[in-house]
Design a protein around this ligand. Structure first.
Ligand SMILES: *[C@@H]1O[C@H](CO)[C@@H](O)[C@H](O)[C@H]1NC(C)=O
Ligand SMILES: *[C@@H]1O[C@H](CO)[C@@H](O)[C@H](O)[C@H]1NC(C)=O
Length: 278
């Protein structure tokens, strides 16, 4: 990126990078620098036009390639790439999705009562609406649908919600709850304090099958650790352990009857020899 020389760099980015924050920012910078510097820097048409027979003019279009969005330098490049790749023209102008938006810190509403997770999300949709329909989406933070939105402190005191998503603090959770109710008609509750145990699984885990001390089978260690973490954060006094490698053995009919009994009468106190398999 730092070796950028206007067109060269823009073209390189256009051909290489997915629609990430860095690449979008870098692309913009390059295009701006390029605008002023292109007269002096050597043009490499092959790079700029992705090997297509197109003029190196800057009339950007936003194109979807699989899961990503890319800004192409002009429609000619799009048409040319279309002949060899599955791409779709989204709209004219550079792609709007240029930022990573903070979630639920301060959701906002539009005039029509549509709620957005953040101002940044709103601006993205506003940009797309403008590019596509030349329509100006107006923000209305006082809209009644937004009345359950609170100004939140930027503090890290995480809670995990009933959908397994971590929120920076209880206040941003309440905003998310408001969003789920108003925008998605779904309920959202706090499951436990702390980050979500599901986050553990972002690291690679072996696919070893284990049986836990509650008699449940986990097909990988990750799901065991997630369950152990959940029980701990939900305030359980016992620690879930690995009882053995491999699937749990089918329970003895007596245990099954016992489980049935406990599920029907949850206040029943289990005799000690049943409750402690550790
Ligand atoms: C232009 O870029 C292409 C692809 O990166 C490269 O193969 C070619 O040598 C470059 N041409 C010039 C004149 O720098
Ligand atoms: C919201 O969800 C509830 C329960 O799922 C349903 O009864 C209700 O009709 C929904 N309301 C709207 C506006 O979709």
């Amino acid at each position: 990126m730092f070796a950028c020389a206007g067109w060269k760099c823009a073209a390189l980015l256009l051909s290489l990078s997915p629609n990430t924050v860095m690449s979008q920012v870098a692309l913009l910078l390059c295009l701006i620098i390029g605008h002023f510097a292109s007269a002096t820097s050597a043009l490499n048409l092959t790079q700029l036009t992705g090997g297509c027979k197109c003029k190196p003019k800057l009339e950007p279009v936003c194109v979807r390639e699989g899961l990503y969005q890319y800004t192409y330098s002009n429609k000619c490049v799009y048409k040319c790439v279309q002949s060899r790749k599955d791409v779709a023209l989204l709209y004219e102008g550079a792609c709007c999705a240029a930022k990573h938006c903070g979630m639920f810190e301060s959701p906002v509403c539009s005039e029509s009562g549509q709620m957005f997770k953040s101002i940044c999300d709103f601006e993205e949709v506003q940009c797309v609406e403008h590019r596509k329909f030349k329509k100006h989406l107006v923000m209305d933070t006082t809209h009644e649908k937004c009345s359950c939105i609170l100004p939140c402190p930027q503090e890290w005191n995480p809670v995990c919600d009933s959908k397994g998503k971590t929120h920076a603090n209880f206040c941003t959770f309440l905003n998310s709850k408001c969003y789920h109710k108003q925008q998605l008609n779904q309920s959202l509750e706090v499951d436990y304090s702390g980050t979500c145990c599901d986050d553990i699984c972002s690291v690679g885990f072996s696919s070893l099958t284990v049986c836990d001390s509650d008699g449940n089978t986990h097909t990988d260690l990750c799901s065991f650790y997630v369950e152990q973490c959940r029980q701990k954060r939900r305030g359980s006094s016992k620690v879930l352990k690995i009882a053995g490698v491999g699937s749990c053995k089918p329970k003895h009919p007596l245990f099954r009857t016992f489980d049935y009994f406990v599920n029907r009468f949850p206040n029943y106190h289990s005799p000690i020899f049943f409750s402690d398999i550790n």
